[in-house]
Design a protein around this ligand. Structure first.
Ligand SMILES: [Fe+2]
Length: 248
């Protein structure tokens, strides 16, 4: 364990004043995802940007070298095996780096544990934060994930529906904290509303929280670096996946 310089034990220790107010239920976003018309929200002022910047640098040095690549390109047969005009279908395409927390012996999982990241993502206050945004009780145990987007990394259109999992098939909540370096020019999250990919928000800030009441269609555009800063441009995403407490 890295002492002093690592992640705090509780997610609440990363929060700004506005973030702590949300944790107390005293914020306009409290319960936002309980609104049936609202499936998504983004906020850039809930996490302390200075703490976020320090932790981004720590992730880069400690976890960066251990990442596993995710590389799911466009299948060529999605074009060449088409037999009908306009009948194209596209599975989820994506490119990023990740840590597989399921196997504690993996170098990435060991690095994430050493700096206290896994402990913070599993903390009670992260769970409570998710419940505040969800506006309903969430299952006690939740999943965690870590992604790193470098220049050109992206996630193609997908909906995160899991019909094969009884506890998730009627929906669930994802909470993401994005930590982007100042050398990122832009990266956008595009999502559907009323059947069209009509909504677009930036995920390229120093400490952006996004929350999703899944499933719904969305995609993440390729990360673009500021000119000449391709080597430093990065967005880390800390994720929690929460089932509803009353899920079957
Ligand atoms: Fe997604």
């Amino acid at each position: 364990m890295v002492t002093g310089a690592g992640f705090p034990a509780e997610f609440s220790d990363l929060l700004s004043r506005a973030g702590r107010r949300l944790l107390d239920g005293d914020h306009p976003l409290a319960g936002a995802l309980a609104d049936p018309r609202r499936r998504f929200l983004q906020a850039g002022d809930l996490v302390d940007p200075r703490k976020a910047a320090r932790l981004r640098v720590l992730l880069e040095s400690e976890v960066g070298p251990t990442l596993e690549p995710i590389d799911r390109p466009i299948p060529p047969e999605s074009i060449w095996e088409m037999t009908e005009d306009y009948a194209e279908t596209l599975p989820k395409t994506t490119r990023a780096g990740t840590v597989y927390f399921d196997d504690a012996r993996e170098p990435g999982a060991r690095a994430a544990a050493r700096i206290g990241l896994a402990r913070m993502l599993r903390s009670d206050s992260f769970h409570r934060f998710a419940e505040r945004l969800a506006g309903r009780p969430l299952a006690k145990k939740h999943g965690i994930q870590l992604l790193r987007y470098g220049p050109g990394d992206y996630a193609g259109p997908h909906n995160d529906h899991h019909p094969g999992e009884p506890k998730a098939r009627h929906g669930y909540v994802d909470i993401h904290l994005s930590l982007a370096s100042p050398t990122v020019e832009h990266q956008w999250l595009v999502h559907a509303r009323a059947g069209h990919f009509s909504e677009i928000v930036s995920v390229a800030g120093p400490a952006i929280v996004t929350a999703y009441r899944l499933p719904f269609w969305h995609y993440t555009t390729p990360l673009a670096a500021r000119p000449g800063r391709e080597r430093q441009a990065v967005r880390w995403v800390l994720l929690g996946t929460f089932l509803f407490a009353d899920a079957a």
